[in-house]
Ligand binder design. Sequence first.
Ligand code: HEC
Length: 163
Amino acid sequence: MKFGILVAIFAITLVSCQSNNELEDRVDELTKKIESLETANENKFKPGLGTLMNAIQTHHLKLWKAGINENWELANFELHELEERFVDVEIYHVNSSNIKSVKMIYPQLEELEEVVKEKNKIAFIKEYELLTATCNSCHQINEHPFIKIAVPIKNDENQVFTF
Ligand code: HEC
């Protein structure tokens, strides 16, 4: 009888030891998985604000060229690309103090969308000037007043490089 009890205790201890070991192995395995996911997340590509702004500058220029050539389909495409890049600015730089008032750009993009839909070149030029002014307002608010965006009337350039 006593022997029977001892065997039973031994068996229970053995089982619990085994499951403890299994549990430890599982915890180790999961810890490794979490660590590798964390590394993958840290290494994930995150476009810098400057990189996004350079893309925005290109779409701003292409939007102008499309509009003055009355290529409304292309103008509409460029407008949506612009919008997507500003959304990226918000997503990837959510904690940045450099993107204050970024939302000011959306109503102006919507105005442009309307005139592009109407295929109205004169209204397009006016709204494009306002868009450009909005870019510059944001640069001023965010301590980058020296980045002066311009309507690309001369030399195909949409930025003023002179002091
Ligand atoms: C959040 C407000 C905001 C708005 C709106 C905005 N910008 Fe910017 N822009 C910035 C900030 C901040 C920087 C500086 C980025 C940096 O530090 O790399 C910048 C930088 C730039 C640069 C310089 C990039 C370089 O590397 O030389 C260009 C060009 C530019 N913006 C174009 C535009 C254009 C065109 C628009 C409008 C269609 C626009 N931006 C609208 C905040 C804004």
